[in-house]
Write a protein that binds this ligand. Structure first.
Ligand code: NAD
Length: 490
């Protein structure tokens, strides 16, 4: 698969012959390269997907038949957990146990959508209508050719969140992974082929966003575009999609709040704050990177949090015991260090961290960093950093905490920690966010909807909502009476 795209069931080089280096973020060394796809490559992939959709067996198969192949994909992924996780570590930098967790999740997601594919076979519904001479049924059909553009933070998992439901629905598709981390997504082609997916149903074109990504978003042969990435790119995609009224779903960024009330166990709060922002090196769209702590607990919590944060083992993702790996690449590393500088320039104080860890000269490492004393309207409090950086402020009342939590242009996730169940319920309801955690932060399951309010996106992935992204709804209304209609001809 080296330097090749996967189109119509074949590995083919890029028409430009151009390649992109793949760099291990722990060593800064080039260890692989991928093909730099362009408009011509994307066009070939969309043509293959269109042919597979219009003339191939996939959309015509029953959901149960498609489920057999999706389940085989889940089995193969499960058999390859360690091998795929090792690729992810080298490509993305994440610690090996995190990568294993991602890959297990991918298998679970294929398995889950196999179940939903089966349910599609009995999804035809008869709708109650007031006119006895008519009957109406509603059927779900695959939307057609889907385009999927994904980011680099969970390379195989973000691909799976789109590929599994699109295939379950009976769509054919073109996947454009992030140019930073394409390797596990390319492996998906082999997995699909081994599982018996017909050629042309899943096509994968690697390449840069401005070339391959934009060509896919602009392509008239794409019926649905599913995008996960940053707000600026999401906005560009929306503009491009508007030209053809293309159906889009957008999973974008966030700056999610975590509210800690003083009645909660301080040790549990410290652990979930850390998990909420240092997991995956903080490169998580739903990361709870704005923490609000009730004033009476604030000093003690800061002390414990700093103590535990300093103990985090930083290093290459393939080393035992490492809990914080390098950031994904030089660009992201520089962006995060610049964000830290900006926080300091704006007057915020660093409680711990703030730079490159000692003893790790090579690799894109950033210390886990805690900021305090920032203004509520400051850049560092309001904007997504996408690194291991948490901003903490105190609050006095529940009302104030909710107001501060919702004072954001994002609305992806939010979390609350308190022993008072009634309060948790109240606060959960008051959050303007699509995902809410109570007494935890981050765990999510493929059965539940995922997506944001406000600028964090449009639509939901996962669960039945994820499947509906790739389905059209058709009504079939029938005039069942033997009597004439009698409007023009009496
Ligand atoms: P990005 O927007 O830079 O890139 C995402 C994808 O879009 C990549 O494949 C890229 O090649 C492509 N792309 C870039 N420019 C394009 C263009 N003009 N047209 C079409 N495609 C283009 O984002 P990133 O840096 O890869 O990922 C980080 C961002 O993703 C963060 O903002 C994060 O919050 C967000 N994210 C959101 C979710 C979610 O579920 N809401 C999940 C993961 C990441």
């Amino acid at each position: 698969m080296q330097n090749k795209h996967y189109i119509a069931g074949q590995w083919v080089p890029s028409t430009s012959n151009e390649t992109i280096d793949v760099i291990n973020p722990a060593t800064e060394e080039v260890f692989e390269s991928i093909a730099a796809g362009n408009t011509t490559d994307i066009d070939a992939a969309v043509v293959a997907a269109r042919d597979a959709f219009d003339n191939g067996p996939w959309p015509k198969m029953s959901g149960a038949e498609r489920a057999v192949i999706l389940r085989k994909m889940a089995v193969i992924i499960n058999e390859r957990i360690d091998d795929l996780a090792a690729i992810e570590v080298k490509d993305n930098g994440k610690p090996f146990p995190e990568a294993q967790w991602d890959i297990e999740d991918c298998a679970a997601t294929f398995e889950f959508y196999a179940g939903l594919a089966e349910q599609l076979d009995s999804s035809e519904e008869v709708i109650e209508i007031p006119e006895p001479r008519f009957s109406t049924t509603v059927v779900k059909e695959p939307i057609g050719v889907a385009g999927a553009i994904i980011p680099w933070n969970y390379p195989l998992l973000m691909a799976t969140w789109k590929v599994a439901p699109a295939l379950a629905a009976g769509c054919s598709m073109v996947l454009k992974p992030s140019e930073v981390t394409s390797l596990t997504a390319l492996n998906l082609a082999d997995i699909a082929e081994q599982a018996g997916l017909p050629p042309g149903v899943l096509n994968i074109v690697t390449g840069r966003g401005q070339e391959a990504g934009q060509a896919l978003a602009e392509h008239k042969g794409v019926d649905k575009l599913a995008f996960t990435g940053s707000v600026p790119t999401g906005s560009k995609i929306m503009q491009v999609a508007a030209r053809d009224i293309k159906n889009i779903s957008l999973e974008l960024g966030g700056k999610s709040p975590l509210l800690v009330f003083s009645d909660c166990d301080i040790e549990k709060a410290v652990e979930w704050i850390m998990f909420g922002v240092f997991w995956n090196q903080g490169q998580v769209c739903s990361s709870t990177s704005r923490v609000l702590v009730e004033q009476s607990l604030y000093p003690a919590l800061l002390e414990r949090l700093a103590e535990e944060t300093k103990k985090i083992t930083i290093g290459a993702g393939d080393k035992d015991g490492v809990l914080l790996g390098p950031l994904v690449n030089k660009t992201q590393y520089e962006k995060v260090l610049q964000a830290i500088d900006r926080g300091v320039a704006d007057g915020a104080k660093i409680l711990t961290g703030g730079g490159k860890p000692e003893g790790l000269e090579k690799g894109y490492y950033v210390e886990p960093t805690i900021f305090t004393d920032m203004e509520e309207d400051s850049w560092i409090w309001q904007e997504e950093i996408f690194g291991p950086v948490v901003c903490i402020k105190s609050f006095d009342t529940e009302e104030q905490a909710i107001r501060m939590a919702n004072n954001s242009r994002f609305g992806l996730a939010a979390a609350v920690m308190s022993k008072d169940k009634q309060r948790c319920k109240r606060v959960a309801k008051a959050f303007r966010a699509g995902i809410v955690w109570v007494n935890c932060s981050q765990p999510t399951f493929c059965e539940a909807p995922w997506g944001g309010y406000k600028q964090s996106g449009i639509g939901r992935e996962l669960g039945i909502w994820g499947l509906n992204n790739y389905l059209e709804t058709k009504q079939i209304t029938s005039f069942d009476s033997d009597e004439p209609w009698g409007w023009y001809i009496k």
